[in-house]
Design a protein around this ligand. Structure first.
Ligand SMILES: Cc1cc2nc3c(=O)[nH]c(=O)nc-3n(C[C@H](O)[C@H](O)[C@H](O)COP(=O)(O)OP(=O)(O)OC[C@H]3O[C@@H](n4cnc5c(N)ncnc54)[C@H](O)[C@@H]3O)c2cc1C
Length: 599
């Protein structure tokens, strides 16, 4: 209990204003035996039931994806975070993230799995009343029923609350008749249950409904012909006066938009975490290909240019993995804390995720960007074969792209996350002025520790925070509430926030591992941290420069601030070739990603 109370002080977005000790964060090496067993069972499942059948999945063979989902349900994988009383396994949020991570390498199945277990099931879990939970959750958890989520429409995507689908109350007040057109609905082709967002009369906000396929009045277009995740069912769905009992309204009238936003918060952190195993798989395949492929009489893995790509794959995967599980555990701790304070479980779970909505957006944007970068590098390592459907990279590349678009586009998430931090500053939750004074006066933060052997990196990350806050403060000083209209600047600030969070997560994880005496792999983790940080500082510096130049016309003033940026992003004395070669050599030797968490 004491531990929970102590940990619960962590606030969403607080990482920018504090300097946590490594003992305060969770690292994936700390997963317990039960969690590792779940990870292993999930890996075994996808090895046996998904990978051998990717061609059949991609061909959208009738009933095939649905049958795999049923098998996942038989194993309990569809109900990992559903309480046992509703037929689930009742495991933690971070365990749910872990399963999403492992499933990530399966492309189309990842989307089907995520749409069912996330956006399809969670609205009922978090907002359903007891009767709705008892009626639907056991079927969804077992996989007997498959779910989908119908929010997007032809004219309302990012602007989801502008949806036009209507729900009209029947004269006897026993039913709503839902009519409208939904678009891009994952799992629609085989779903038994539809979470539908519609407007009642001239309401400003949406209302959510649980709609069973058997209610009738549902028609669909053919499957969309997509760039990637070709085996995932995606259809337009038409509701034609679909008759829905009033008791199937979820939560209250006009609460639908809030439900949509909160569920997407959860969906997006799992989506961001749900790239990790895909990244590892691409790194594994790229390493193996690079070792096998000979040019100029040697394996291409002996070339520095290839080593650079392999090491970047490892460092970036290490980054998103460190950040994801740090945030996931923060959510679990917050939930435990709220439950201990007497909040009902479902409310505590929602508030836990809401508290870390900034981190959720960071992980969604960063995870999807990283997966795309790694897939692109994978294609390049394979050369011409990277462009061939005979090799795995073409599919990996195509499948990766969607992650930057759905569950809130990356632009929307970037703008959102900076907006949330600014709101917290405005509400007095964080004190920007204090932090900046601290920096001007050159005081040392309470809790500052000796971060050897990564002291230089610890300082670099503290400086990244200062740089990010300095630019945020400047933007607020110049634009005040009109900062919302300066999206280009917000995007640059988001880049700095994201890179700072991820870089810090890698650093703290490595320090914790060193503290736990991880024998011979400490050097690898130190190298991964340094390589990640080098790139993070470079990106942050560019973003900071650009933001300042967009804000300030006076050249002398701009020059003085650019100089401050230079000082705060001074992490240059690093031989990245040596680092990159050290990491890649380990991969080349092992013929795979350089470390294993769950075997
Ligand atoms: C394969 C696939 C599966 C999907 N599955 C589902 C599902 O199961 N259920 C569901 O409801 N939806 C689903 N979607 C829809 C998805 O969530 C939307 O496509 C996404 O939210 C973007 O909406 P949009 O396509 O209308 O793009 P738009 O909103 O038109 O955006 C187009 C561009 O404009 C930018 N933009 C829009 N508004 C702003 C703004 N205010 N500021 C800055 N930039 C902005 C966007 O970032 C983007 O770059 C899916 C989509 C795809 C492609």
């Amino acid at each position: 209990m004491e531990k929970i109370l102590e940990k619960s002080i962590v606030k969403g977005g607080g990482f920018l204003f504090n300097h946590p000790h490594f003992s305060e964060i969770f690292i994936p090496e700390e997963f317990n035996d039960e969690q590792k067993m779940m990870a292993k069972a999930t890996q075994d499942f996808i090895d046996k039931e998904v990978f051998p059948f990717v061609e059949r999945i991609d061909a959208l063979e009738e009933g095939f994806m649905s049958s795999i989902m049923t098998k996942a349900g038989d194993l309990g994988l569809l109900g990992v975070c559903i309480p046992e009383q509703y037929g689930g396994l009742g495991m933690s949020f971070n365990t749910g993230m872990l399963i999403a991570d492992i499933v990530a390498s399966t492309g189309s199945f990842t989307t089907a799995f995520g749409a069912h277990t996330g956006i399809g099931t969670l609205p009922i879990l978090y907002y359903g009343d007891d009767a709705q939970k008892e009626k639907y959750l056991p079927n969804l958890s077992s996989g007997e029923w498959k779910a989908c989520y119908c929010l997007t429409e032809p004219d309302s995507g990012s602007d989801a609350n502008a949806a036009k689908t209507k729900a009209v109350l029947s004269e006897d007040k026993q039913h709503y008749f839902i009519s409208g057109q939904k678009m891009w609905i994952s799992n629609a082709g085989f779903a038994d249950l539809f979470i539908v967002f519609a407007k009642i009369e001239d309401d400003k906000n949406l209302t959510a409904f649980i709609v069973e396929k058997s209610f009738g009045g549902i028609t669909m277009n053919d499957e969309e012909r997509k760039m990637g995740i070709k085996g995932s069912s995606t259809r337009q769905v038409f509701f034609n006066e679909t008759k829905v009992p009033v008791e199937n309204m979820l939560s209250n009238r006009q609460n639908g938009f809030k439900i949509a936003v909160n569920i997407l918060n959860i969906g997006r952190i799992k989506l961001g975490c749900g790239v990790i195993n895909a990244c590892k798989q691409i790194a594994n395949q790229s390493t193996q290909y690079a070792n096998d492929r000979k040019q100029f009489g040697v394996s291409i893995s002996s070339f520095g240019a290839i080593k650079q790509k392999l090491s970047q794959m490892a460092a970036k995967t290490f980054g998103i993995e460190s950040a994801s599980y740090r945030a996931g555990q923060n959510i679990d701790d917050q939930v435990d804390f709220l439950i201990a304070q007497g909040h009902p479980e479902h409310e505590a779970k929602l508030q836990g995720v809401e508290q870390f909505a900034i981190e959720a957006a960071i992980i969604k944007v960063h995870g999807s960007d990283v997966l795309n970068e790694i897939a692109d590098q994978g294609v390049q390592v394979y050369g011409g074969m990277g462009f061939s459907e005979e090799a795995p990279m073409a599919r990996a590349y195509r499948d990766a792209r969607i992650a930057k678009i759905y569950e809130g586009t990356n632009e929307i998430n970037r703008i959102l996350l900076v907006g949330m931090i600014i709101k917290k500053i405005a509400k007095g939750e964080f004190n920007l002025k204090d932090e900046l004074d601290f920096f001007k006066i050159g005081m040392v933060h309470k809790g500052t520790f000796d971060a050897a052997p990564l002291s230089k990196e610890y300082k670099a990350i503290k400086n990244l925070k200062k740089a990010t806050l300095m630019i945020t403060s400047k933007a607020l000083e110049i634009y005040d509430v009109k900062i919302n209209e300066e999206q280009e600047i917000l995007i640059n600030i988001s880049e700095m926030i994201i890179e700072t969070y991820v870089a810090e997560s890698t650093l703290l994880r490595t320090l914790k591992l060193i503290d736990q005496s991880v024998e011979n792999s400490a050097n690898l983790f130190i190298n991964l941290t340094k390589l990640y940080l080098f790139d993070a500082v470079r990106k942050s510096k560019n973003a900071g420069y650009e933001a300042l130049a967009c804000m300030i016309d006076d050249e002398a003033h701009l020059d003085s601030l650019l100089k401050v940026m230079d000082r705060l992003t001074n992490y240059n004395h690093l031989n990245t070739s040596r680092l990159s070669r050290d990491i890649a050599d380990e991969m080349i030797l092992q013929n795979k990603f350089p470390y294993t968490l769950y075997s």
